[in-house]
Design a binder for this molecule. Sequence first.
Ligand code: ATP
Ligand code: MG
Length: 155
Amino acid sequence: ETIDLTHLLNEIAVMFQRKAEEKGIDFRLHVAKSIYMEGDANRIKQIFINLITNALTYTPKGGKVEVIAEEKDEETLVHVKDTGIGIEEAEIPRIFERFYRVDKARSRHSGGTGLGLAIVKHLVEAHHGHITVKSAVGKGTTFTVHFPKRMRPDE
Ligand code: ATP
Ligand code: MG
């Protein structure tokens, strides 16, 4: 199924706008043009719901969360960028494991189970993509989902 990723991200942004406002977080979506991809709309939604939920959960009041979608070279990229607590470099390889939660998050009683990112990784890979993370403790985190660009029909 061909998905209008721009439209899908707009719908999700509407869902999260109020939650962000309640938490005092500046939440923004940036997509310059229409981006289409092949995939399952509900699964693609789940990827971004999980990533944005994390960004809002692990970012304190006054912070900023941005979702940026772009086409670059042979990929469609979606960045979910926050100014939150960050993740220690040594923890990064483990956060995609089921039930894994970084200590700081666990002690914050934020109530998660540690499944969100394991599901994200599974769903991204099911769409022939991968996910990368950049983070600085105390400064913030950016998760980037890389999807292969939709091939032209004659390719
Ligand atoms: P669940 O998503 O199942 O409700 P969770 O959010 O703890 O629980 P994951 O989404 O899998 O689980 O994330 C795993 C851990 O990675 C989190 O507990 C947290 O320590 C860390 N983490 C994830 N996203 C961020 C982020 N944006 N900023 C800082 N830490 C993060
Ligand atoms: Mg989560």
